[in-house]
Design a protein around this ligand. Structure first.
Ligand SMILES: C[S@@+](CC[C@H](N)C(=O)[O-])C[C@H]1O[C@@H](n2cnc3c(N)ncnc32)[C@H](O)[C@@H]1O
Length: 364
């Protein structure tokens, strides 16, 4: 495969974490969509060569979406997340993946990339079957069918300074006659570059470093008790609010939650979540009694320093970053797709493109 950039359409694109990674790998994101205003504002500010449309995907006709070689869709994870209500497919948002299917049916891209949270591995349909199996089967049923592989990936295995687990699906159109293989890890968990200390160093004077969302008055009182590398377990019992005392009194019943985790400079940070609260993610700076800044969590998510988060709401900036696929992970996946496609016979590729879409062909 030569002289052809794979054209990507990105649904549920958020602020562009996955899309930036795919571009860094050499793909061309031609069209993106998200319903969230801050996400779209940030996307538009940074991804200057892509068209991004703000709006509900359910209201967008497929004729408004350009043809593509790759369809990426990080459909919302809340319905499947263990931090969320776990209503799974009974939640209305759980059906948003069908919107991705609608676009795939119309565009028949060569490659499909889905991203979701770990909880999707055990999410059941109303009839008790696994949602995963129906995703694979649905893609198999779309003419000419997709061979889908999925994997639970730890982002830090691929150079992201964060222990973030996500499930990635890659489907390859059947007439290309090959199966995608996930790349081998590029990093060891002992790599110093992955530590919090390395990730957040030299951030002074960078954009978004002064964007620091204040903790609640209650959290502000508790955090000074927590040691670097510690958690709420460092807080003396008599200083805890009644709600947390109740949990401390019966840790077994509450499954020993690890609230208020404060990662040390020698550790790899845990998952940065969209809510960015100390109860549900390691968001406390290791040595200062404050939340990580917007730039610091962007670093932990592997966004480059030139990628700027815009908008008026601080909480929304944390949300779009917490929702993102780390660009570095997107780059690794994108690169592996390009490499594996390049091993396919060009005539076969062009034949596949000709058969289903009038897409630009590959050069010999
Ligand atoms: C997990 S995030 C995707 C993150 C993105 N892949 C990235 O790497 O930055 C899911 C996104 O779906 C968007 N979303 C939810 N419902 C939507 C809808 N009906 N139409 C369009 N976007 C929607 C949310 O605003 C959110 O940004």
């Amino acid at each position: 495969m030569k002289n052809k950039q794979l054209k990507v359409v990105s649904l549920f694109s958020g602020c562009g974490g996955l899309d930036l990674g795919l571009e860094q790998a050499g793909m061309d994101v031609v069209w993106a969509n998200d319903v969230d205003h801050t996400a779209v504002e940030t996307y538009r500010f940074n991804m200057k060569n892509s068209t991004v449309i703000e709006g509900d995907i359910k209201k967008i006709d497929v004729d408004e979406i350009p043809d593509c070689d790759v369809l990426a869709a990080g459909f919302p994870c809340q319905p499947f997340s263990s931090a969320g209500s776990r209503k799974g497919v009974t939640d209305e948002r759980g059906t948003l993946f069908e919107e991705a299917i609608r676009v795939i049916e119309a565009k028949k891209p060569l490659v499909v990339i889905f991203e979701n949270v770990r909880g999707i591995l055990s999410t059941k349909n109303l009839d008790g079957s696994l949602l995963l199996d129906s995703i694979v089967k649905t893609l198999d049923d779309i003419e000419p069918g997709y061979v889908v592989n999925y994997k639970l990936i730890r982002s830090s295995d691929y150079g992201v300074p964060q222990q973030r687990y996500r499930v990635i699906f890659v489907g390859i159109r059947k007439d290309l006659e090959f199966e995608y293989e996930f790349p081998l890890p590029t990093n060891s968990q002992e790599d110093l570059e992955l530590t919090v200390g390395a990730a957040i160093k030299d951030v002074e004077n960078l954009p978004n470093q002064n964007d620091v969302w204040e903790f609640s008055p209650q959290s502000k009182k508790l955090i000074p008790f927590i040691n670097e590398g510690g958690s709420w377990k460092d807080i003396p019992y008599d200083k805890l609010p009644p709600r947390l005392k109740k949990i401390r009194d019966n840790m077994k019943k509450y499954r020993a939650p690890n609230f208020y985790r404060r990662f040390s400079r020698n550790e790899i940070n845990g998952t940065i979540t969209a809510a960015a609260t100390p109860e549900n993610c390691g968001i406390i700076h290791p040595t200062e009694n404050r939340r990580y800044s917007v730039r610091e969590i962007a670093r932990i998510q592997s966004f480059p320093d030139h990628f700027v988060f815009v908008g008026n709401s601080l909480a929304s900036k944390y949300k779009v970053i917490g929702n993102a696929v780390p660009p570095k992970l997107g780059q690794v996946i994108g690169h592996s797709i390009i490499e594996q496609l390049s091993t396919i016979d060009v005539a076969k590729l062009n034949n596949a493109l000709n058969k289903h879409m009038q897409l630009e062909l590959f050069d010999h």
